[in-house]
Design a protein around this ligand. Structure first.
Ligand SMILES: [Fe+2]
Length: 164
């Protein structure tokens, strides 16, 4: 179970940092046509991340580990980097940043899914999150006016931070 607990803590940390990034965009996004849409949508996304942060930490406890729980440790363990302007106030930049962090987290979700054969509750939860993150990326791609940035080849490992 050690591998599973380690992967869950990395995922928990990444989703925690992504939530902070999304909440910053929810507060700071600008645009006369885009503000209401993205303020509301990013509000939904960080609520979604909050729900999963709690469940991922509880899975760590259920399987005998200690969930990562300090801001310092979240930043060290996260494979998603903190976002700053323009990724939190420009619509197109925030979409690109979210697409990269979603690709990063999607790869981690697949890793936890594959490592959770003996934890069917985690396995089922990962399957649902994989579907949700796929849908999230589709919404963001469809909202983007430009071709989405392609994740680097290493991003598939879920171990490489997207460039700031
Ligand atoms: Fe709000």
């Amino acid at each position: 179970m050690e591998e599973l607990i380690s992967k869950l803590n990395t995922l928990l940390s990444s989703i925690y940092v992504q939530r902070a990034n999304i909440q910053a965009a929810h507060w700071n996004i600008k645009g006369c046509h885009a503000f209401i849409t993205f303020h509301n949508y990013y509000g939904e996304l960080y609520d979604y991340n909050s729900t999963h942060i709690d469940m991922l930490a509880e899975f760590v406890r259920i399987y005998g580990g200690t969930p990562t729980s300090t801001l310092t440790a979240f930043l060290v363990q996260s494979t998603v980097s903190e976002a700053s302007a323009p990724a939190v106030n420009d619509v197109q930049a925030s979409i690109q940043e979210n697409l990269l962090s979603n690709a990063n987290i999607h790869a981690q979700l697949m890793g936890v899914f594959k490592a959770s054969d003996e934890a069917p509750d985690v396995n089922d939860y990962m399957a649902a999150m994989i579907a949700d993150f796929g849908k999230r990326s589709w919404f963001l791609r469809s909202s983007s006016k430009v071709e989405p940035a392609k994740p680097s080849a290493n991003l598939g490992e879920g171990l490489v931070k997207p460039e700031a």
